[in-house]
Structures are given as structure tokens and as C-alpha cells.
Ligand binder design. Structure first.
Ligand code: PLP
Length: 380
């Protein structure tokens, strides 16, 4: 089989999505499954829909277009504000979009009304993370105009936390969003169907709080795909954390010094590297590089240390590990690595309807991982 490749266990993704769908449904929360982490791969989209979730979200219209063209049938939510330059495509491809600018809402309205369509919009409210959203005190004027725009329907409010500012979705933040929903309904006599409290990082709040207030919707990507809580990166109960495995191949294996020989200047990425002299070590080079992966968020499933990477070479300290040129090394991925890996055209994507990692191996592998994982020391 060719390397580098990404093995994608569709059955595990489906299991994670179904488990989370049921768990959140027990709290009165519906899910939109977010596909941007897998570039809107239609195979993954279908696995998500098999779980019983019927709404898919992506930040990029190109991904939504790819899913539609592949025949994926779902409700599509654009989870990033449409660009003014693409409102026509947004109306064409997305059933619903997240918005925070009145000029964009006006353009969506004009475009939808002109085509005899109705486009649904959710107003995003800024609650402290400082990415998208109107400030709470600015909600009134934008709603006042939006509810009167033809062609678009204001169906809800939403917020996004723990993305840019790392701000936790607390009960206080969620109550603020519920209150804003109530205020809008009270003032304009409309009914908001979707109160979208956030993303995967809302898990702990949902688990700990007995009362969800008005929150009845979340947009979930990472916890379905990687089975973990983004606030802590700890595995979530009952979910697979190994739906994605990256495989690279050893192209050189030699015993060499641990410290470069010569006067050290800048490396290929403009940093001046520092090296500890550990004497001679067994160095493995893999045909993988920064163009394919985010080096700091891959975890080798073998007892090796990542020394660093250049564009096309990943350097490992494989001292004490029996390896040969041509051997494959498997890696688990965190979100950053998943994004980069999915985006790299050089990495073959292998979609597995029935993944071949059986239980025993998985447990063994989990043990190996837990006992050996040390954070990568990238060249900075
Ligand atoms: C990416 C994104 C999500 C999904 O986030 P996860 O942490 O992957 O669950 C939800 N909402 C918005 C607005 C996003 O951009």
C-alpha cells in the first residue's frame, strides 16, 4: 500500500456520531455535524448521516459544493459568515448560514428574494471569545432590520466559544445566550427555533448542568471525528479516538550524532535551532513533512521521539526500536494534524467502511500510546 496515507475508519466515525447524537438528544440538543476537519469528504459525510444526524455544517462553500455534487443529501449549514463576494453561492448551496454583518444579511436577502428562494440565517452573538458575532448591546438594531428583510428568515441565535480566545462555555455564557433569544422573541414577536450554544467544547457544560436553558443546538466536529473534549483533549466516554491513523514510511535509518556539526544559523523556517548532545542516536527519516502534517500534533504509536521536520522529511529518534528502511510507522492525530493531513494532496486517503483494527489490538495500542507518548519537540 502506498504511503503516506491516512486510514479513515468510517465505522468509528459513525459510532461516535451516533453516540453523541443520542447523548445530546437526551439533553434536548440537536446536532449539526461539522465536516470542515475532513474538507467535506463525501465518504465521511455519509458516515455522519448514517448515525441519524441530518444536518451537516462546513465553513467553506467549496466543501458544501463537493458534498452536494457527490450526491450527499442533508441540510447544509455554512458555519462561517458568507463572504460578500459569494452570497449567490451561499444562497444556492447552503440552506442556512451563520451571520454577524448587516451588509451580508442585506446581500443574502437581495439574492434570495431575487431568485424566489428563502435562506435561513442564524445571528451570531459575541460572548467573549472574540471571534465572530455581534456584541450583545448591538443585537437590537441588526435584528430590527433583519426581521424585515425579504428572502431570509431569522431562525435563531448562536455563539462560538473556545476557538480563538480559548474561553470556556460556562453556564453564565449559555444563560446569556438564552436571555438574548428570549429578548429577541419578546421584542419582535418572532419565535427562534435554533439556539445554537457552540461546538464540541460545550460537552462539559452539557454534562454538568441539569438545565440547558434555551440551548437546543450545537455544531459538533472535533468530538465526533477524534472522540475527545477540545477543552482538555481527554477522550470522551464510549467514543473511538483512533478513527484517523496516519502512516508514514521510513526512507533512511542511520546512527548519527544528536547534535549537528558546524556553526548553527537559521533553519529552513527561519528559526535558530538548539540541540542537546545525547551522543550518537538511531535516526529514522520518514517521507512526510510540514507540507503534509502539523508536526506538533501527531503522536507516534511506537516508542520514538519526533526530533523535528522539514518540508518533506520527518526526523525521529528511533534508538532502541527495531526498524528497517521501508517499514511503516503509524501516528494518531490531533485536530491540527487532521486538518493539515486532510488538506495535503500528497496523502492518500483510505476510507474504510469496516476498519480492520480489532479490539485487542486497539487496547494494546492504547496502552503503548499511554506509556510512551512524549510531546514532539519540533524545531522552533
Ligand atoms: C469549526 C466550527 C464548529 C465546530 O467546532 P468543533 O470544535 O470541531 O466541534 C462549530 N461552529 C463554528 C462556527 C465553527 O467554525
Amino acid at each position: 500500500m502506498t504511503a503516506p496515507r491516512l486510514e479513515i475508519a468510517l465505522d468509528k466515525i459513525e459510532h461516535n456520531a451516533r453516540t453523541l447524537r443520542k447523548w445530546y438528544a437526551g439533553k434536548g440538543i440537536q446536532l449539526t455535524a461539522v465536516t470542515k476537519g475532513v474538507c467535506g469528504a463525501p465518504q465521511v459525510a455519509r458516515a455522519l448521516l448514517r448515525s441519524g444526524i441530518n444536518s451537516l455544517g462546513d465553513s467553506r462553500l467549496a466543501n458544501i459544493r463537493a458534498m452536494r455534487q457527490a450526491g450527499v443529501r442533508a441540510e447544509f449549514m455554512l458555519v462561517r459568515s458568507p463572504m460578500l463576494s459569494q452570497v449567490a453561492d451561499a444562497v444556492e448551496l447552503a440552506d442556512i448560514s451563520l451571520n454577524s454583518e448587516i451588509v451580508v444579511l442585506r446581500a443574502l436577502s437581495e439574492c434570495a428574494a431575487g431568485r424566489g428562494k428563502r435562506h435561513r440565517v442564524i445571528l451570531m452573538v459575541e460572548l467573549g471569545d472574540l471571534r465572530e458575532g455581534v456584541l450583545p448591546q448591538d443585537v437590537d438594531p441588526i435584528v430590527a432590520e433583519t426581521v424585515n428583510l425579504p428572502g431570509i428568515d431569522l431562525v435563531g441565535v448562536g455563539t462560538n466559544l473556545a476557538c480563538f480566545g480559548g474561553v470556556r462555555p460556562t453556564d453564565d455564557k449559555m444563560q446569556q445566550l438564552s436571555a438574548i433569544a428570549g429578548h429577541i422573541e419578546g421584542t419582535w414577536g418572532c419565535s427562534l427555533q435554533i439556539i445554537s450554544g457552540g461546538n464540541s467544547s460545550n460537552y462539559q457544560w452539557t454534562a454538568l448542568m441539569p438545565d440547558m436553558g434555551r440551548i437546543n443546538h450545537l455544531r459538533i466536529g472535533e468530538s465526533i471525528l477524534l472522540g475527545c473534549d477540545p477543552l482538555t483533549r481527554q477522550p470522551l466516554p464510549g467514543l473511538y479516538t483512533d478513527a484517523f491513523t496516519l502512516i508514514g514510511e521510513v526512507i533512511e535509518l542511520k546512527t548519527k550524532p544528536s547534535r549537528p556539526d558546524g556553526t548553527i544559523a537559521q533553519d529552513a523556517f527561519g528559526h535558530v535551532p538548539h540541540f542537546v548532545d545525547k551522543g550518537n542516536i538511531r535516526r529514522a527519516i520518514l517521507a512526510l513533512g510540514r507540507q503534509d502534517i502539523d508536526v506538533s500534533t501527531v503522536k507516534p504509536c511506537l516508542q520514538v521521539d519526533i526530533l523535528g521536520a522539514s518540508s518533506d522529511h520527518l526526523l525521529l529518534d528511533a534508538t532502541g526500536v527495531s526498524l528497517e528502511v521501508g517499514d511503516e510507522i503509524r501516528f494518531d492525530l490531533a485536530y491540527g494534524a487532521l486538518l493539515r493531513t486532510m488538506t495535503s494532496p500528497y496523502i492518500v486517503k483510505e476510507y474504510q467502511l469496516q476498519s480492520n483494527i480489532h479490539k485487542q489490538y486497539r487496547h494494546h495500542r492504547q496502552r503503548v500510546l499511554e506509556s510512551t507518548f512524549r510531546p514532539a519537540t519540533a524545531r522552533h
